[in-house]
Design a protein around this ligand. Structure first.
Ligand code: HEC
Length: 158
């Protein structure tokens, strides 16, 4: 009687140990990215690539290269579209800020009431999921090291 109770206890202990080990393994090998964007998710990135090609590439470049001389205002005093690759400053902004800039526009997000820009406002044009997908695609194109820094920086803002 006592023997079998001990055995049951041992089995339970073993089960607990195994699940703890499994949980640790999942934590260690699971997705490294837990933010708003999903640059590691192939499906999201594929969708984002299509959304980007359709909605963003005409200004930001088919290869994320931006417009020429993007740091200098054009003849109308408006800034050309910056690149979204590592040479631009997209990666300087947190995931949440990038989402807000795209959805609500630069003026509303940055509190620049009279800021004139060619960057459209996508609220009511693209779904949240499509905006997340397009930005996930953009992020997936950055070097791994930059993605990591961006994720760490974004974690403080979400
Ligand atoms: C009609 C041209 C145009 C289209 C289309 C466009 N953008 Fe822009 N975008 C701009 C311009 C111009 C700026 C810089 C504006 C400024 O600073 O005044 C900009 C800036 C941005 C920024 C801020 C980048 C930074 O480093 O500050 C983000 C993010 C952005 N765009 C995302 C997108 C996404 C995502 C799409 C597609 C869903 C898109 N844009 C489509 C013209 C465009």
């Amino acid at each position: 009687m006592q023997n079998s109770a001990v055995r049951v206890g041992l089995i339970i202990l073993a089960a607990v140990a195994v699940s703890a080990a499994a949980a640790l393994l999942i934590l260690r090998t699971g997705p490294t990215h837990a933010g708003l964007l999903r640059p590691d998710d192939a499906e999201t990135v594929a969708r984002g690539k299509a959304v980007y090609a359709e909605n963003c590439a005409s200004c930001h470049g088919a290869d994320l290269e931006g417009e020429p001389n993007w740091r200098r205002p054009d003849g109308d005093g408006l800034l050309p579209a910056p690149p979204h690759d590592e040479s631009g400053h997209t990666w300087h902004h947190s995931e949440k800020l990038l989402f807000d800039l795209t959805k609500y526009g630069l003026a509303a997000t940055a509190g620049l009431k009279d800021h004139k820009t060619r960057m459209p406002v996508y609220d009511g044009v693209l779904s949240d999921e499509d905006i997340v997908a397009a930005l996930s695609y953009i992020k997936s194109r950055w070097p791994a090291e930059l993605q990591l820094r961006h994720t760490e920086m974004s974690a403080q803002d979400q």
